[in-house]
Design a protein around this ligand. Structure first.
Ligand SMILES: [Zn+2]
Length: 185
């Protein structure tokens, strides 16, 4: 199955809703806007529908409905959306071989999408650092300095040290001091 946006664009280069309305004798097909008798709500001597070339769509004031080439075919011929697509491609011999498949297109988008790397360890250090800064002034200087020192140790721990779990112990100890201070202990 072809990627739908590219497919619709390709179809629009070969046939428009205006072409279908002109073929059905509804509009002349030469104006940018035309009033015409709606196909769907019975006798429409007043010409309740209007075609707009700019958006290649129509609106009927009685049906209170906006239509484009696909919804027109769906309504008039009782086709589903993909059947309407197939019908147009076949009838108007729209070339589609060079268009991307849905799956190819999805893959292409995945490859092109920028990858955001989140450094979880850096984030938690920053949170901890922020928490410690909040303590300044409300805890004894000595305690504050110990916290900052603990944070420095964490920041500069080597990957091996981090793996041993020692830095995790230190981190928890530092958070506990912060918690204790908050709770007035
Ligand atoms: Zn109508």
């Amino acid at each position: 199955m072809k990627e739908i946006v590219a497919l619709k664009k390709r179809i629009s280069e070969h046939v428009t809703y205006g072409d279908l309305l002109a073929r059905d004798g509804k509009i002349s097909g030469s104006l940018s806007e035309e009033q015409y008798s709606c196909t769907f709500h019975g006798r429409d001597l007043k010409k309740s529908a209007r075609y707009y070339r700019e958006t290649d769509s129509s609106y009927c004031w009685v049906c209170k409905e906006k239509l484009d080439i696909y919804s027109y075919l769906e309504k008039k011929e009782g086709l589903g959306f993909s059947q309407a697509i197939t019908h147009l491609v076949k009838t108007y011999r729209v070339p589609t071989d060079d268009l991307p498949d849905v799956f190819e297109e999805a893959r292409r988008r995945r490859v092109e999408a920028p990858r955001v790397k989140v450094n979880g360890s850096k984030l938690s250090q920053e949170r901890l650092s922020g928490a410690i800064r909040l303590m300044r002034g409300s805890i004894p200087d000595e305690k504050y300095e110990r916290l900052v020192f603990a944070l420095m140790l964490l920041k500069h721990a080597t990957p091996e040290e981090k793996k041993t779990g020692a830095s995790e112990v230190l981190r928890k100890a530092a958070l506990k001091v912060v918690e204790d201070t908050k709770n007035g202990r």
